[in-house]
Design a protein around this ligand. Structure first.
Ligand code: NI
Length: 438
């Protein structure tokens, strides 16, 4: 039997807290899960620093990837004998679902920003490069790895397959919302996925929703909206994220200025030099990053050691609501006063802005361009969701942005010049009530 059709003699199941079971029958899927590149995802947390806010959020990218695979498996099972669905695309959809986050690294968000990397590029490189994953995909059929990479990059010719993992109601979002809600323990993020799966229908280039399923979809959109503001953009998580970014930034600055680390940061060299190095990237996981943070607490550079000690012991920055575009004078003054107090504002006075677009109808050419959700009306017509749903209409196309200013209150308390500290505190308090990052 051809490798692509090979089935395991017995179905394998993974026990999963969100989907109960993840079912694997295809030899190809089983082999992909066993590769070092995929196993590496066990050592990358799905939510980065969120566990410093919601202690349950220790789940990995491995969990999530299996979950997305399982949802796509169920969708395709339902599509099986429907018009518009090409059964030959089954394995392609499953592989793309399983591998869609393969290029994520430790604390992707901060890491990528400082070292100018892109996890999507690494996903492509792992799938197409000289890797175990690539060897398996090419065994399916020469060129198959390119197809999988194209589906994940959204450039594949059959957009119906693409929409299973990248649209405004895709398996990726449906998994992470439920999974992140489960592990953080929040009461948002839940919606009736079973119902949504039952009303999904394949069309030429997209998955549409039978109009009778509209309310389940409304619930899903609202749950996403709430998860963003209650969990993903939580100000305390962002405080840890800010410190993390500054650690990477400081390490890079020190490296570039010829600083001698007590132990050569071997695992980071290629990133510090801004080289795109797949081999080094695959060796990096959160354990390695934490190991260096432990070491760096002992460094002679006071900024690096202080930031690492803060991150490891969760001594986070405090914050106020602050928009530097609107409060430019206060921003400039704070900068100057921090310098005067001997606290480097480059590392200790940080504005973080987060924004989300809960649902969008259509913005051609914009970043994050995603297909709108279409309802399939009883007469066979398609109707864009926000035209039919008042709830969705009320939040569609509305981008909300939140600006916070982060700083170490404990450092200010310790500064010698009492008058100076009083001036700083005065400005901070006038701008907004100081909140403990606890
Ligand atoms: Ni994902």
């Amino acid at each position: 039997m051809a490798y692509k059709d090979e089935q395991l003699s017995e179905e394998k199941v993974f026990k999963d807290p969100v989907h109960r079971y993840v079912h694997v029958r295809d030899r190809v899927i089983w082999d992909l899960i066993a590769t070092p590149e995929f196993q590496r995802l066990r050592r990358i947390k799905q939510l980065g620093t969120t566990n410093l806010t919601f202690h349950g959020a220790e789940h990995s990218r491995f969990n999530h990837s299996l979950g997305v695979y399982e949802i796509v498996r169920r969708i395709i099972y339902n599509f099986h004998d429907r018009p518009n669905w090409d059964p030959d695309k089954r394995l392609l959809g499953l592989c793309a679902a399983l591998l869609h986050d393969l290029g994520h690294g430790p604390f992707s968000h901060s890491f990528e920003k400082v070292f100018k990397l892109d996890h999507e590029q690494f996903t492509q490189d792992i799938i197409l490069g000289d890797t175990y994953v690539n060897a398996i995909l090419e065994r399916v059929q020469p060129g198959f790895s390119q197809d999988v990479a194209d589906v994940i990059a959204k450039t594949y010719s059959d957009q119906l397959v693409v929409s299973l993992i990248s649209s405004q109601i895709d398996a990726d979002r449906m998994d992470y919302l439920q999974r992140d809600a489960y592990f953080t323990g929040v009461s948002y993020g839940h919606f009736d996925m079973e119902r949504i799966l039952r009303v999904m229908r394949p069309m030429e280039d997209q998955v549409v929703i039978k109009a009778t399923g509209m309310h389940a979809v409304e619930d899903y959109i609202m749950s996403r909206y709430q998860m963003y503001w209650q969990v993903y953009f939580h100000p305390v998580t962002r405080s840890a994220e800010v410190i993390l970014s500054k650690i990477f930034k400081r390490a890079k600055h020190l490296y570039e200025s010829g600083y001698t680390f007590k132990l050569e940061p071997t695992h980071f060299i290629s990133f510090l030099e801004e080289r795109h190095d797949l081999e080094a990237y695959l060796k990096l996981d959160e354990a390695v990053v934490h190991y260096y943070f432990q070491l760096w607490q002992e460094e002679t550079d006071p900024i690096l050691s202080d930031l690492c000690e803060r991150f490891m012991n969760r001594r986070l920055f405090k914050y106020i609501e602050f928009n530097p575009n609107k409060q430019l004078d206060a921003w400039m003054e704070l900068h100057a006063l921090f310098r005067e107090a001997g606290i480097d504002p480059e590392y200790y006075l940080v504005v973080d802005s987060s924004s989300d677009l809960p649902y969008d109808f259509y913005r051609p050419g914009e970043e994050e361009e995603r297909l709108p959700i279409h309802l399939l009306m009883p007469n066979g017509d398609l109707r864009e969701l926000s035209r039919q749903s008042d709830i969705v209409e009320s939040i569609s196309g509305k981008k909300r942005t939140d600006h916070k200013l982060y700083f170490p209150m404990d450092m200010l308390e310790k500064a010698d010049d009492a008058a100076l500290v009083a001036r700083i505190k005065n400005i901070l308090n006038i701008q907004g009530a100081v909140v403990d990052a606890e």
